[in-house]
Design a protein around this ligand. Structure first.
Ligand code: FE2
Ligand code: FE2
Length: 220
């Protein structure tokens, strides 16, 4: 069982890799069209797609931070009555590894569109990491409940992007559609693992935080 120092080093390693190393996908995005069947976008469409995919890339940066922080919290020696929960930490890390594919796909699509990732990624990462730590310290049920609510909100957000992305941008649409399916599955898996339902005000606060992130990341 990893000790606390290992757990902290894991979290630092994950942060540095997310922010400074090009992510490598472990699977292809199954729905991607052949490059030859991907129609050329005009300048305006390209700009819109770049902005939306930047927002989605930030979402995946935050997903890395949340899962990493929640795994760290699960491994942290407990206060009264709480013991480190290695099984939960490993489940969270496994889910985080799937999010690495999303990070790689969104990064690749940003590159293809000639768009840049958000300049504020270190800030988004730090904010999400803090939220994940708080959720993780509230015990396995709440931690998993936070995963369920986050994944559901991301799924709804990706569905809205399928309405907003240019119809011609088949490649971005394919990435978003595949991610949307994956996020729905992540929510179901966390639900089955014993998530508790979060109170409505907490869900509302999470929605507000993500609104700030998506609005700013659209531009910066
Ligand atoms: Fe994701
Ligand atoms: Fe997810």
């Amino acid at each position: 069982m990893p000790n606390t120092t290992d757990a902290i080093l894991n979290a630092v390693d994950s942060a540095l890799r997310t922010l400074f190393v090009a992510p490598r996908a472990t699977r292809e995005c199954a729905t991607l069209p052949e490059a030859s069947s991907d129609p050329a976008l005009d300048q305006q469409e390209r700009q819109l797609s770049g902005a939306l995919m930047r927002v989605n890339h930030v979402g995946e940066v935050c997903a890395q931070a949340l899962y990493s922080a929640q795994a760290l919290a699960a491994r942290w020696p407990g206060r009264a009555g709480q013991t480190p929960n290695e099984a939960l930490a490993q489940q969270l890390e496994a889910a985080g590894r799937e999010e690495t594919d999303h990070l790689a796909w969104t990064q690749a699509r940003l590159d293809e569109l000639g768009a840049r990732p958000s300049l504020l990624n270190p800030l988004w990462y730090a904010g999400a990491f803090g939220l994940g730590l708080v959720a993780g310290r509230m015990g396995p049920g709440v931690s998993l409940g936070f995963v369920v609510e986050t994944e559901r909100q991301v799924e709804a957000h990706l569905a809205s992007h399928l309405d907003r992305l240019p119809a011609k941008d088949l490649a971005s649409r394919a990435v978003v559609a595949q991610m949307k399916d994956d996020e729905a599955r992540h929510a179901r898996e966390a639900q089955q693992a014993g998530a508790v339902e979060l109170p409505m005000p907490v869900k509302g606060l999470m929605r507000m935080a993500s609104k700030v992130m998506t609005t700013v990341a659209h531009r910066i």
